[in-house]
Design a binder for this molecule. Structure first.
Ligand code: GLA
Length: 387
């Protein structure tokens, strides 16, 4: 479904269920060029929002409850706004969490009616959940708080929702990208200081392509939280707040005091910090070959040391390398989902064809291919006419 078709569907569904018109808001899924599993370690990330969104029609209803219909899940849920009112449906808990986290910060949330849908593929590592959170955080800020909550706080509201209502102890990258995304730009975020910089990303001769293995990952039941715990244990042993402040000498000094597994996890994170900075320099110099080389190194680290890959993703990475793709790696939390591939435009069609055929031959299903279009993040799409 294109975004325009989706908007029409949402508006029609809203009118049928609740009558009349509502404001329409959207927020985006994200890619990340490099800097994986660094956000909760106080490191750097390099994401951008994409042209796949979660979109919602929302209108205050003058009640103390939220009435919400999910088009994609085809389910209707109602919930109140108190802590005890948490819905049991996992998808509705994201919206409930956003309401609660705004309230906890002293913000205002009143009852509203809403219908939403999305075209961010689920479980593909493109952060459909952050898109959902950011869409509602942005909308409730606009509808009930006169846009007084600043953008970083909106991202943190999404992150706290994951922590407190959805069981994923995630970092800030996804929500940041979804809220701050800007068309044609990637962003480097320092997750310790929250300083960020926009990098125009429109290489003439290269493009980004996602290959979705369609192996689903569910971070809640995945070892994602365990990876974070490993990093925190090592940081504690070193007497520092996060691994951002460690280098390989520090890590080697305490090697015999930590498990072999924790050592490997921290080794990856320390290496990744350096790689993001190297990629920034390379991008500034227009040196995409170096960007690509770093991406392969990241894949290697995520696969061997951080152990968040799987056979399907390693296979996609091998095929990319064999076909001469400039850079390729697992993207997002891992345990399934996509690889992100940087490749010369003249290789695009051949790569798509070959990788699809070879993956299908090996695993019995075709991967999904997405050409990356870097787009805007959270936004008001349409304002309903004043009643
Ligand atoms: C998930 C999390 C992010 C980040 C990535 C890995 O997407 O939500 O906070 O940790 O994994 O880089």
């Amino acid at each position: 479904m294109t975004t325009e078709e989706m908007q029409k569907r949402i508006e029609k569904e809203f009118a049928d269920r609740f009558g009349g018109e509502a404001n329409v808001y959207a927020s985006a899924g994200r890619i990340n060029l490099i800097g994986e599993h660094t956000d909760y370690n106080g490191g750097f990330v390099f994401p951008g929002a994409i042209d796949k969104v979660i979109m919602a029609a929302i209108r205050p209803n003058g009640m103390e409850k939220v009435r919400v219909f999910s088009i994609d899940i085809d389910e209707y849920v109602e919930f109140g706004l108190g802590e005890a009112d948490a819905p049991k449906e996992s998808w509705a808990r994201y919206i409930f969490g956003i309401c609660r986290e705004i309230q906890k910060r002293g913000g205002d949330v009143k009852g509203f009616d809403t219908v939403f849908a999305g075209n961010v593929p689920l479980g593909a590592g493109l952060s459909s959940s952050a898109a959902l959170e950011s869409c509602y955080a942005f909308a409730l800020n606009d509808l009930f708080n006169g846009n007084k909550i600043d953008k970083f706080e909106l991202a943190k509201i999404g992150q706290s929702t994951e922590h407190n209502y959805c069981g994923v102890n995630c970092g800030i990258m996804d929500q940041f990208a979804s809220v701050f995304g800007r068309k044609g730009h990637l962003m480097r975020l320092d997750c310790r200081s929250l300083e960020h910089e926009y990098f125009p990303f429109n290489p003439e001769d290269y493009s980004l392509v996602l290959v979705d293995s369609r192996v689903k990952h569910e971070l809640k039941d995945s070892p994602y939280n365990k990876r974070r715990e490993s990093c925190e244990r090592v940081a504690k042993k070193l007497g520092i707040e996060t691994l951002r402040d460690a280098d390989m000498d520090d890590l080697n000094r305490i090697k015999s005091d930590i498990t072999a597994e924790d050592y490997l996890r921290a080794k990856y994170v320390i290496g990744e910090k350096e790689r993001v900075l190297a990629v920034c320099d390379a991008l500034n110099a227009g040196d995409y070959e170096t960007v690509g080389k770093k991406m392969y190194e990241t894949h290697e680290g995520l696969s061997k040391d951080y152990e968040v890959s799987c056979v399907e993703l390693d296979f996609l990475n091998d095929v990319a390398k064999e076909l001469g793709v400039t850079g390729s790696r697992i993207m997002g939390g891992g345990f399934g989902g996509c690889t992100i591939n940087l490749l010369r435009n003249d290789l695009h069609d051949k790569f798509v064809k070959e990788v699809t055929a070879r993956f299908n031959e090996k695993y019995g299903h075709e991967p999904m291919i997405y050409d990356v279009v870097i787009s805007d993040g959270a936004r008001l799409v349409k304002e309903a006419p004043k009643a």
